[in-house]
Design a protein around this ligand. Structure first.
Ligand SMILES: [Zn+2]
Length: 306
């Protein structure tokens, strides 16, 4: 990241896997933040945005979301309260936010939370927006989230990719049995991204990177692996969601895990379609494969994200 030269009006606050990165664009007449992190991290998000590297006393004009998942929109309400700024979301997300559809938004459905907020502007694929004195072309990037947009600046060849492309993979995608459109859309989005001339990618999670072509190749490989094995897909999605819950709660009793996966709808749905296991066996399968991957650790009977 330190080796990557950004235009001076662009600053990235690198966050983690519970909170998305926040991109600040400081212009002559407007200041824009892209993505607001998770609701539990609101105090840190507000502090970063207000810091010297951030707004440093300047007003915030607009908050933009690449997509409306909890780790990208969790700070929306608090930031709008603090700055009185407009919130702009992808066009297809607007009705979900207005209805506060907690299932499609993967909130209650996946045991995640966000504070409700008001949409002030919708962003449309194909349109160009000027944020921080830079032109950003909004491009449809369905897959991980069917409403998602990415933002591309042709002048500096910068791609703000959200969870459509990371240095190593992308946000989990719903298996075909749950959403038949998601995987074909993921592939089409990667094809679309491959047609862009990109120098720097600012992903939703992880450091900005410049090895765009290898990252795309890794993403295509992952896509092929998922297409070959839908159960692996489903297991991956549940592992991601469970890791997120552990980061959110900080810890969970291993003995509570069977009741947890029986109570939270996404585990119930996926179990019924893919695994048909008793809750204790599903809990064990997820725990063991996360432990093998080094994503969780156990301290006696207490489970924590590693
Ligand atoms: Zn994310």
């Amino acid at each position: 990241m330190t080796h990557i030269a950004f235009p001076k009006q662009l600053h990235v606050f690198i966050r983690d896997w519970l909170s998305s990165n926040n991109v600040l664009l400081r212009g002559r007449d407007d200041n824009v933040v892209i993505d607001s992190g998770y609701v539990n991290h609101v105090p840190l998000t507000l502090a970063l945005i207000a810091s010297r590297q951030g707004l440093d006393g300047a007003p915030l004009t607009k908050l933009v979301n690449t997509h409306c998942h909890s780790d990208h929109m969790g700070g929306n309400a608090a930031i709008a309260r603090a700055y009185g700024c407009t919130i702009a979301v992808p066009e297809s997300d607007a009705p979900l936010i207005e209805a506060w559809d907690t299932k499609t938004l993967l909130l209650e459905y996946a045991d995640q939370s966000a504070d409700r907020f008001v949409v002030g502007e919708v962003l449309c694929a194909g349109d160009t927006y000027v944020w921080g004195d830079l032109e950003w072309r909004a491009l449809a990037a369905p897959g991980h989230d069917m409403a998602a947009l990415v933002f591309y600046n042709p002048e500096h060849r910068i791609l703000i990719s959200g969870d459509a492309l990371w240095q190593n993979g992308y946000g989990f995608v719903m298996p075909p049995e749950i959403d038949p459109a998601a995987m074909p859309a993921t592939r089409a989005t990667l094809d679309m991204l491959a047609s862009l001339d990109v120098r720097i990618v600012i992903p939703g999670h992880g450091e900005p990177f410049t090895d765009f072509a290898p990252a795309l190749e890794r993403a295509f490989d992952r896509t092929a692996a998922f297409e070959a094995d839908p159960r692996r897909f489903a297991r991956h999605a549940l592992k991601v969601v469970l890791t997120f819950a552990l980061l959110d709660r900080r810890q969970m009793l291993l003995s509570d895990l069977p009741a947890y996966v029986e109570r939270i709808e996404i585990y119930r749905d996926f179990n019924a379609r893919f695994f048909q296991l008793p809750p204790a066996a599903l809990a064990q399968m997820l725990f063991e494969s996360l432990e093998r991957a080094g994503a969780v650790r156990r301290d006696g009977g207490v489970l924590m994200a590693a």
